[in-house]
Write a protein that binds this ligand. Structure first.
Ligand code: GLN
Length: 543
């Protein structure tokens, strides 16, 4: 049965938000740096089929893969760390597991049997875990189990892990991520919550092989030995995970703790001597020692919850490193921007990003901010809804179509410059019915975007229903808003830009999903570069 693939499970204990995604990504990075092909999968215990229908307040950003899966934002970390694309198979939810079991039951696949959590649900979980191994592309598959051990809803997943460990023996190992809290009153690190959390795992029949312990203070030998003794793990398998100043530091911390070496030993895999982290370390050095600093305004409607724009803020960090620059993001709520206060709110910004989004709330504030960026030559990047707002702003304030709008917001506008395609008008379901995933785009060679990408054909990921209305294309181009990127198949406008502006680009797709540490996205690199330039020009002017 073994395909030669090794499986690593990462579970979480004590509390949520300990950073299983970052630990999984960091371990994967180290294994990749030693020459192994690795992928990471996330199993989410909620009933939604995917997070696509969830409000960002509930779930943070919805990350989109090339194959159009709407997924958990941890997949964004996986791609940013590894630069290897993920797919639908990398994120599975309880909703999806039950959906396929129920479909099989209706088809009669279970031959009259009673369909039960064990074995049918657990079999389905196990087959989803093995799916990535079966592609033959990966030597190691890391599976992160969402939630905290002990939650009712993660129980079937932990049971699937128990069964796989039993079936696969040394081809499989479990890493448990826990917390060692520090009690400031007594000045002590406490191991009891970790002991209890491991006991809970043991009740489910799973003995963790490695404990990664989040902590604010270093773990001394005594603490490590104590945890090891109480939790039946070797003391070199008690790994300290100190709080880090940036998530990109974590692979280096894990390397110092020899997490990769312990893992490879336990999986009986050879440990290549060289570990290629040179580029990673150089990137870290750059983000820690920037030469410049810029202020970028990120205008959206979920700014209270920064996870809603995770990929955008990470893309800005990657682009900052290329430009030797620290990017300070000012989160500005679009609902609070109006014509009276826009100049004050945008003061001091060297660049403005208008974020993706859905629905009416805050839309006029976004349009007002875009007008400011256009008229004051502030570098602007509009993403998805941000691009649509740029089109609306231009139609209203340059072309004089004062009621121009998107039919998403005003279905009865007489100038629907952003509209649904005929095919989309028939859609009544919400889940998975947008234009999703990678689409090709051809760039106009005489354009800003071409000078940024330096290639003619690009592929970018989408997540939207509404589109630029091509009936207005001629009018826009005459007035100076150029369609510089077109989908070669259907002729849809994917990019608009202004000719006489230092940097004014709106993209219908989401470039932020494709920026990684080793491949920073050209649009963000260009945008931050333009902001650095404008920022320094402004400084010169003010002297
Ligand atoms: N609401 C817009 C649409 O559906 C934009 C979506 C987005 O910004 N992701 O077309």
């Amino acid at each position: 049965m073994s395909t030669g693939t090794k499986y690593i499970f990462v579970t979480g204990g004590v509390t949520s938000s300990l950073g299983k995604g970052i630990i999984s990504s960091s371990l994967a990075k180290l294994l990749q740096a030693r020459g192994y092909s690795v992928t990471i999968q996330k199993l989410d215990p909620y009933i939604n089929v995917d997070p696509g229908t969830m409000n960002p307040y509930e779930h943070g950003e919805c990350y989109v893969t090339d194959d159009g899966a709407e997924t958990d934002l941890d997949l964004g970390h996986y791609e940013r760390f590894l630069s290897v694309p993920t797919s639908q198979a990398n994120n599975v939810t309880t909703g999806r597991i039950y959906q396929s079991v129920i479909e099989k039951e209706r088809r009669g696949d279970y031959l009259g049997k009673t369909v039960q959590v064990i074995p049918h649900i657990t079999d389905e979980i196990k087959s989803r875990i093995r799916l990535l191994g079966k592609t033959g592309k990966y030597q190691i598959v890391i599976t992160e189990i969402g939630g905290t051990v002990g939650d009712i809803e993660s129980h079937p997943y932990v049971e699937a892990v128990r069964q796989m460990k039993w079936e696969m023996g040394k081809d499989c190992l479990v890493i448990h991520l826990t917390l060692i809290p520090f009690l400031s009153t007594t000045g002590e690190l406490k191991t009891k919550p970790t002991q209890h959390s491991v006991k809970t795992l043991l009740e489910y029949g799973v003995q963790p092989d490695i404990l990664v312990c989040r902590t604010e203070h270093k773990l001394n030998k005594d603490i490590r030995n104590k945890v090891a003794l109480f939790c039946n793990v070797e003391s070199d398998s008690v790994i300290e995970a100190l709080d880090a100043s940036t998530i990109y530091e974590v692979p280096i911390l894990m390397e110092k703790e020899k997490l990769d070496v312990v893992v490879l030993n336990k999986l009986h895999l050879p440990i290549p001597e060289n570990i290629h982290l040179e580029d990673w370390k150089e990137f870290l050095l750059k983000i820690k020692n920037p030469k410049f600093e810029v202020q970028i305004g990120l205008i959206g409607k979920y700014v209270e919850l920064k996870d809603s724009y995770k990929s955008i803020s990470e893309s800005l960090i990657h682009a900052g490193a290329v430009n030797n620059c620290r990017v300070n993001v000012q989160w500005i709520h679009s609902e609070w921007i109006n014509e009276e206060n826009v100049a004050e709110k945008m003061a001091g910004l060297s660049g403005i990003i208008v974020a993706p989004g859905f629905g009416k709330r805050g839309i006029e504030g976004k349009i007002t901010a875009i007008r400011y960026a256009r008229e004051n030559e502030v570098p602007f990047l509009g993403i998805c809804l941000g691009m649509q707002c740029a089109v609306i702003e231009f139609a209203r304030n340059v072309m004089g179509k004062t009621d121009a709008h998107s039919t998403e917001i005003n279905p009865s506008t007489s100038n629907p410059v952003i509209d649904l395609l005929e095919a989309q008008k028939q859609v009544t379901h919400k889940g998975g019915t947008m234009r999703l995933g990678a689409y090709p785009c051809r760039l106009n060679e005489d354009s800003k975007v071409y000078s940024v990408y330096k290639q003619k054909e690009i592929s970018e990921r989408h997540r939207h229903r509404y589109e630029f209305n091509n009936e207005y294309l001629g009018d826009f181009e005459k007035a100076g808003l150029v369609a510089s990127g077109i989908n070669p198949e259907g002729g849809l406008v994917e990019i608009v830009e202004l000719k006489d502006h230092p940097f004014f680009i709106g993209v219908q797709f989401h470039p932020e999903y494709k920026s990684t540490v080793s491949r920073p996205h050209p649009l963000f690199v260009g945008f931050v570069g333009a902001a650095v330039e404008i920022g320094s020009l402004k400084k010169v002017h003010s002297h």
